[in-house]
Design a binder for this molecule. Structure first.
Ligand code: ATP
Ligand code: MG
Length: 605
């Protein structure tokens, strides 16, 4: 990877303002799945977790994600329990039980067999959150092919690039998406042998040359499928990273990742048997697969699958009407809900909601505290990456929440803050010092390759550590605090400045809705901190306001860290999953090429 992280002098006393929220200890709620974090860590083993929690394929023939997610429940007392509660855009809903899900996935696996698909082939999906997507995912995993979900909002170029990188041989999509985004380039994708269209049987608009109607195929196929022996190391999922810092990478995961999906769902999201869980992420992103598909299913709970787009009022309706108990969302969604105001949340009966978690970007202290105002409980931040396959660091239900911290490593995960210089990796034991966040390889959901970029994959592992590319600090009690991505860190007058702290301070200004900071080249300081700010409704971008915000930041952060320049933008450039693309702000500031924009949210172009 060629990254080095300089020995870091923390510029502000670390960690940033620690405000502790007391644990969520309501005795009317079920006890936490992990009541004692330290005790759990002391005795944890992945092998014990596997043996105690998962079944493995019958006759000891391996470990298959789909079997753990659907078939084992379908064969037992959970058969009639609702696995997926699908809310359609048109307002209708469909409940799919574990028995139905297992049978439909078997039909899908049989369809793949009839088409001559081979185990290990890549099956891509390009669709909204509709039941067929989930059936295709589980059917592909049963069959032993590799499932690769794409975000349906991608344009033709990103779709083609990802199909190319993974040599996709099957594509599951809708007639409309196929016509708009794939048809014109079909000849340029020789590896793509089969297109399966999600449409009712007999639908005239699904009559497209070289494509099959998926419903008709499923109807013809048998609903029994014997899962072949599955080596736990057999590839299962291909996920592309968000492209926040560069060209998206295709991270490959294997079937035994299911142990981590299951255990992190249970321990970090506190899944209980009667939970109704809503993960708002699209399966096009890793969160939408690990926690939108696999983890809730292996835990045998009911998952809400919402086809619709974000809308504050509708989201609260979903939480209320579906009686959601555990909700997993992202800072970008929370920020938008904050914009709509806590009063809106108070209009709904959210009394069932007992645990809220967030991932994908730093959760600013403002947002954690807003959760208390809006929902009577903090939002629990957790940290992981496409590459890690599952949650690695989390604020657990039974622990105090330190506002602004990502929490502590999962049992079974060894994390460290390291310096990564030419001489190798050096672990920093001293609390409060910033460095690169590293993980000890060996957890089940660790990625096994960057498809087509093996050297880059190998470069992530140095001296027995996986280097995450994120900078963080650990406090004396073992809580981790996010500083920034190493690519985004600003080097100003000998200081390393993490964007997160500066952006969090800016967000405390009443006029600021969104903030991003970058390093702007400067002949004297090396770089100076430049801020980009989007204002809340009702505020106007004036020079006076600019000076006021800069002064506010200086008081909070000190002159060495506070932004020196500030520009107003209507909207900050974000990926479709809501991540700030600081690299784009840097490129635009310096008049450099903008790089890969395949994941950029359309409005920010
Ligand atoms: P790319 O690797 O293509 O640049 P990406 O890193 O954004 O994109 P993902 O794997 O989707 O792709 O995102 C993981 C990254 O998101 C983490 O490495 C981290 O930078 C950020 N992230 C995730 N969760 C958190 C969190 N709780 N706090 C801070 N940052 C987070
Ligand atoms: Mg990344």
């Amino acid at each position: 990877m060629g990254r080095t992280v300089e020995l870091a002098a923390p510029v502000a006393p670390a960690p940033p303002s620690v405000r502790v929220l007391t644990k969520h200890g309501d005795t009317r709620l079920p006890p936490a799945t992990m009541p004692d974090y330290d005790a759990a860590c002391a005795t944890y083993s992945w092998t014990d977790a596997m043996q105690g929690e998962l079944d493995g394929l019958p006759n000891g023939s391996g470990l298959n994600m789909a079997y753990e997610a659907a078939d084992r429940h379908a064969a037992g007392a959970r058969a009639g329990h609702v696995a997926l509660r699908c809310l359609r855009r048109d307002g209708t809903r469909e409940d799919v039980t574990y028995a139905q899900l297992a049978a439909r996935a078997s039909r899908f696996a049989n369809v793949l067999g009839e088409l001559g698909v081979q185990r290990g082939d890549r099956v891509y999906a390009l669709a909204d959150r509709v039941p067929e997507l989930y059936v295709a995912a589980l059917g592909t995993l049963k069959f032993g092919a590799v499932f690769c979900p794409l975000f349906s909002a991608f344009g033709p170029d990103p779709i083609r690039a990802r199909l190319d990188i993974g040599h996709g041989s099957v594509l599951v999509t809708t007639p409309a998406l196929y016509r708009r985004k794939v048809a014109a380039m079909r000849d340029a994708l020789p590896a793509l042998r089969h297109v399966l269209l999600i449409a009712p049987a007999g639908a005239p608009d699904a009559r497209i040359p070289n494509a099959l109607n998926l419903s008709e195929c499923l109807e013809r196929a048998g609903d029994q499928f014997a899962i072949p022996p599955t080596d736990p190391e057999q590839p299962a999922l291909l996920h592309f990273t968000s492209g926040t810092t560069g060209v998206p990478k295709g991270a490959l995961h294997v079937h035994q990742a299911v142990i981590a999906h299951h255990m992190t769902g249970k321990l970090a999201l506190d899944f209980h048997r009667d939970d109704v869980f809503w993960c708002t992420a699209d399966p096009g992103w890793v969160t939408g697969t690990s926690y939108g598909i696999i983890a809730p299913l292996t835990n045998g709970i009911t998952s809400v699958v919402d086809e619709g787009d974000f809308d504050p009022e509708r989201w609260y309706q979903v939480l209320q009407n579906e009686r959601v108990t555990v909700w997993y969302t992202a800072p970008t969604a929370i920020r938008m809900l904050m914009k709509a105001g806590a009063e809106l949340a108070h209009r709904f009966d959210l009394s069932r909601l007992r645990f809220i978690a967030s991932v994908g970007e730093p959760l600013n202290p403002e947002a954690v505290l807003w959760g208390v105002e809006a929902f009577g409980q903090p939002i629990h931040d957790n940290w992981w990456q496409t590459e890690t396959g599952g949650i690695m660091i989390a604020n657990f239900r039974s622990m105090d929440v330190r506002v602004g911290s990502m929490g502590r490593p999962l049992p079974g995960i060894e994390a460290a803050i390291v310096n990564h210089a030419d001489i190798g990796v050096e672990v920093i034991d001293e609390p409060g010092v910033q460095g690169e966040l590293a993980l000890r390889p060996g957890w089940p959901s660790m990625f096994r390759d960057y498809v087509g970029a093996e050297a880059r994959y190998r470069g992530c592992f140095v001296d027995g550590w996986y280097l995450t590319g994120d900078l963080a600090r650990r406090d004396a009690d073992g809580y981790y605090w996010f500083v920034g991505r190493s690519d985004d860190v600003i080097k100003s007058s000998g200081h390393l400045i993490g964007p997160f702290e500066v952006e969090s301070a800016l967000l405390e200004h009443p006029a600021v809705a969104e903030a991003a900071v970058i390093g702007k080249p400067d002949p004297v300081a090396g770089e100076i901190v430049k801020a980009f700010v989007a204002l809340r409704d009702g505020h106007t971008a004036t020079d006076d306001l600019r000076l006021d915000i800069l002064g506010f930041a200086r008081t909070r952060l000190g002159a060495a860290v506070a932004p020196k320049e500030l520009a107003f933008l209507d909207e900050l450039p974000r990926t479709r999953s809501g991540k700030l693309m600081r690299r784009l702000l840097r490129a635009r500031e310096q008049g450099l090429p903008e790089g890969d924009l395949s994941t950029l949210e359309a409005g920010a172009r």
